[in-house]
Ligand binder design. Structure first.
Ligand SMILES: Nc1nc2c(ncn2[C@@H]2O[C@H](COP(=O)(O)OP(=O)(O)OP(=O)(O)O)[C@@H](O)[C@H]2O)c(=O)[nH]1
Ligand SMILES: [Mg+2]
Length: 487
């Protein structure tokens, strides 16, 4: 079964260091590389100091984890990651991403905020946008990062005018973007519109309604709304009342569940249920499911692209990830072939038997490769695997010959030992010696032929070999002459 990981606490996935820019954390990459399960990635973004880290801890089912701050200064820096077993699906790993708050007045770096937002979009399968109080114009205009997304993310690498090129940019984005959840905290309004009750989702759609008109005001009002509507067709809204009232809010982490507002607890439960039931496995452009180790390459690829000054591209990320995964698939398949052959082949072995085992292990290795590889359209990597397997098979054949040769020599040595002594003693150098020699030789040949495990180097002309073998000992020449005379 694919391996899962349960981290005791979150670690930083992407550091955001003012002097160095974005940096992928090696510890996080190492943890991810051990996760072979598909990942469901839930990221939270939003203004700083709005209870994002607190909500993510609740989602993790823990009181503490992502660090909270109780002062007015922004707390979370960069993007933090917590990998946990999926609470509903044992075959998946839940990856929670807590991000640095946007709009921090101290940081004052818009560009930075944009990249944090873009990375959250690129890496997640469910994106939670968190805001305080209401879905005000302010909260919506702060979501202007959404309208920047088309400048920050490219779908295709090189344009070559195929079908997708014909589609609108938004249509392309939509296919690969996460599901969108808007969480409104400390929400205290009544969910009513024109005197009628509306749902939370109805409230979201109401907030996203467009203004009529073509003037600048209408354009500015409509732009973030239009972008959210276009980029995130799957939208959901959850409102939460304040978890506690008064001064207790700053020590929320320390409070027992029983001290929290009952309505807040119910609203939170509805939110967790939705996230756990509806969040999908992260997929790549092309539909490939992302595993933990693929997620590591994805994070690395995107951050490297941003650092090099280029725009992260969904298609290029797929290509570079496919290369990494396919190389790993070749390695894994090769290891399978080698370990299986090592376990099954006992040298020396017959040519046919060796070829049969090779065929079986090669087929298995290809299955292992297929399971992990993707987008190996021209079978480039599969061919590499087959070349490597062939190369290894050749080496095994060669080894079989050597071992067989040694085994046959040993056998011959053992079987001719007696003859050798007789040669030395002059046993055959008497009248009738040649007949005796021939009889002994035939016996050796029979015994030799009757022995199993000789491998590939079975001698065809054994009498000659025996003669050669004995003569090699530099005794046969004399004896041979003498035998001839005697005959
Ligand atoms: N009013 C209110 N405060 C909350 C809520 N949830 C958490 N807090 C408190 O708000 C403060 C900030 O919480 P965090 O979870 O650290 O907020 P954050 O959005 O992660 O902050 P940054 O990491 O700086 O962006 C803490 O004192 C929390 O206890 C909430 O729903 N309502
Ligand atoms: Mg935080």
């Amino acid at each position: 079964m694919a391996s899962a990981v349960s981290m005791p606490a979150p670690v930083c996935l992407i550091e955001n260091i003012p002097s160095k820019g974005l940096l992928v954390n090696q510890t996080a990459l190492q943890i991810l590389s051990g996760i072979t399960q598909p990942v469901v990635v839930v990221a939270i973004v939003g203004m700083y100091r709005t209870g994002k880290s607190y909500l993510m801890n609740k989602l993790a089912g823990k009181k503490n984890g992502f660090a909270l701050g109780s002062t007015i200064q922004s707390h979370t820096k960069g993007i933090w990651m917590w990998c946990l077993p999926h609470p509903r699906n044992p075959n998946q790993t839940l990856v929670l991403l807590d991000t640095e708050g946007l709009g921090d007045v101290e940081k004052g770096d818009e560009k930075n905020d944009c990249w944090i937002f873009a990375l959250a979009v690129l890496l997640s399968s469910t994106l939670v946008y968190n805001s305080m109080n209401t879905m005000s114009q302010d909260a919506l205009s702060k979501l202007h990062f959404v309208s920047e997304l088309t400048k920050l993310i490219k779908v295709k690498g090189d344009s070559n005018g195929n079908e997708e090129e014909e589609e609108g940019e938004d249509t392309q984005f939509v296919r690969y973007f996460p599901n969108f959840i808007w969480t409104v905290r400390d929400f205290s309004l009544l969910l009513k519109r024109d005197g009628k009750n509306i749902t939370e989702d109805g409230y979201l759609e109401f907030a996203l309604e467009l203004k009529k008109g073509l003037n600048k005001d209408a354009f500015n009002y409509n732009l973030p709304r239009q972008c959210i509507r276009n980029f995130f067709p799957s939208r959901k809204c959850f409102t939460f009342v304040a978890p506690v009232s008064g001064g207790d809010i700053v020590r929320l982490e320390e409070l027992p569940e029983a001290a929290l507002d009952l309505v807040f607890l119910q609203q939170s439960q509805a939110f967790y249920n939705y996230v756990f039931e509806k969040s999908e496995v992260k997929k790549l452009k092309g539909g490939q499911q992302v595993t933990g180790r693929m997620f590591a390459s994805l994070a690395k690829t995107y951050v490297e692209t941003i650092n090099s000054g280029l725009v992260p591209c969904l298609e290029n990320a797929v290509i570079s990830m496919a290369t990494i995964e396919n190389q790993e698939a070749v390695k894994e398949a090769m290891e399978h072939y080698q370990s299986e052959m090592n376990g099954l082949v006992h040298f020396p072995i017959g040519v046919e038997e060796l070829s049969e085992l090779h065929g079986k292990c090669e087929a298995e290795a290809i299955t292992v490769f297929m399971k992990r590889s993707f987008k190996d359209d021209d079978q480039q990597h599969q061919n590499v695997l087959q070349d490597k397997v062939q190369q290894r098979y050749k080496e095994l054949c060669k080894k079989n010959e050597t071992v067989s040769e040694e085994a046959c020599n040993k056998l011959l040595e053992a079987l001719t030992a007696e003859m050798e002594t007789k040669v030395s003693n002059g046993f055959y150098s008497t009248p009738g010696g040649y007949k005796l020699y021939t009889e002994d030789q035939e016996k050796v040949v029979r015994e030799y032929q009757g022995r199993p495990d000789k491998g590939v180097k079975v001698r065809k002309d054994l009498p000659c070999e025996i003669k050669a073998y004995l003569s090699n000992m530099r005794r046969m020449c004399d004896v041979g002459n003498k035998m001839c005379e005697a005959y």
